[in-house]
Design a protein around this ligand. Structure first.
Ligand code: MTE
Length: 366
């Protein structure tokens, strides 16, 4: 029995990874039931408390060189074309639990495979806003920096969450400033009144509670761009890290996951439906998902749903499994022929990002 009421209108079975700030996701039996994740099951990743926003005084502030423009929410809705995009968000920390099983990763959330969801977002194209600042024909090596209204504390300092994306990505049609999620007003926990949605990139760049955009010739200096969300080599740790020294994460990598059967579950014999999701980054899509019941010696191709790029691909396969102990492994190939590494050991990093090793579940058929 749950002692705490689940906040933010989330589903009663929502898996809470952290209460304050609130973080959690869907239980695996519900995660892949629908291509579009119902909002009450959509995962939440917050680094600070959800800010209280007074919509009358809310302004989006955009800066480029000496020019600053302010927009109210109504002006954003009325002055620009409304567009919809169907897109998956995935946190770079998804599947960190498997990395933690190899070596401890202190102070980070122990996500299983639920830090991913899919929604239909509506709002305006970021490129339309950039055009009002007169930057559409600028040199390619600019960056578009975002800041949210939530505050957090790191390294003894309080500051707002932020991040940036390269200008080249920002002017693509799929990058939007969203005020609706699943055809309803964006909810407080997902960024009301306005958030960025950057399909194909790690979730951290989809800044919620957006109040500032700066077009600049360098990436954001915010902690969550300059220090966190970087991919370090496996021998780097908090004692020898040079924070500025490694890959600043942008596009997601290819991954696939088994959601059913769940790890350590017990099933009755007969025809068993194995299912899960696969996802990739950039504007790539999933080309193949296959599973193995003999530790990778042979593979069976699964059935894929038809999707657009920027969307996860739900997959399934029916298997007749004999009584006894089983292990199933899944791996995917994307449209650039990217594949997943075999072992979690190969992708371990001390912040626990981007784990896309073959996903394995063990279970018993009785
Ligand atoms: N934006 C703000 N302002 N504050 C945050 O903590 N978290 C980021 C991103 N945007 C965050 C944010 C991260 S790490 C992820 S994965 C996504 O929001 C999660 O979005 P969601 O909570 O709507 O699922």
């Amino acid at each position: 029995m749950r002692l705490n009421k689940i906040p933010f209108d989330k589903h009663e079975q929502f898996v809470i990874r952290h209460q304050n700030p609130f973080n959690g996701g869907a239980p695996l039996n519900l995660l892949t039931q629908n291509h579009i994740t119902p909002t009450n099951l959509f995962f939440v990743r917050n680094h600070g408390d959800v800010p209280q926003i007074d919509i009358d005084s809310y302004r989006l502030n955009i800066q480029y060189k000496n020019k600053t423009i302010f927009f109210t929410l109504d002006e954003i809705k009325n002055n620009f074309e409304r567009v919809e995009i169907s897109a998956t968000l995935q946190c770079a920390g998804n599947r960190r639990q498997e990395l933690m099983a190899i070596k401890d990763i202190p102070h980070e959330l122990p996500w299983n495979v639920e830090a991913i969801s899919h929604a239909v977002w509506a709002g305006i194209k970021l490129k339309d806003v950039l055009a009002t600042m007169g930057v559409e024909k600028e040199a390619k090596n600019l960056h578009v920096q975002f800041q949210g209204l939530d505050e957090t504390e790191r390294l003894g300092k309080r500051f707002n969450f932020g991040g940036s994306i390269p200008f080249e990505k920002a002017v693509n049609d799929e990058v939007i400033l969203a005020y609706e999620m699943n055809r309803k007003t964006l909810s407080p926990v997902h960024g009301f009144p306005l958030r960025v949605v950057v399909p194909g990139f790690i979730g951290a760049r989809s800044v919620k509670w957006l109040n500032q955009i700066i077009i600049s010739d360098e990436p954001s200096q915010n902690y969550f761009q300059r220090i966190a969300y970087r991919l370090f080599a496996s021998h780097i740790n908090s004692d020898n890290v040079k924070w500025d020294n490694c890959l600043m994460l942008g596009e997601m990598n290819v991954t696939s996951v088994i959601c059913s059967p769940e790890n350590n579950s017990r099933l009755t014999s007969g025809l068993i439906t194995v299912c899960g999701y696969a996802a990739t980054g950039g504007n790539r899509h999933i080309a193949r998902v296959e599973i193995s019941g003999d530790n990778g010696k042979t593979w069976t191709q699964t059935e894929l749903e038809k999707t657009n790029c920027f969307a996860w691909t739900l997959w399934k396969v029916n298997l007749n499994l004999k009584k006894g102990n089983h292990q199933l492994i899944v791996r995917a190939v994307d449209s650039s022929a990217n594949t997943q590494p075999k072992d979690v050991e190969q992708v371990w990093n001390f912040k626990g990002y981007m784990n896309n090793a073959w996903h394995k579940v063990s279970f018993v058929v009785e």
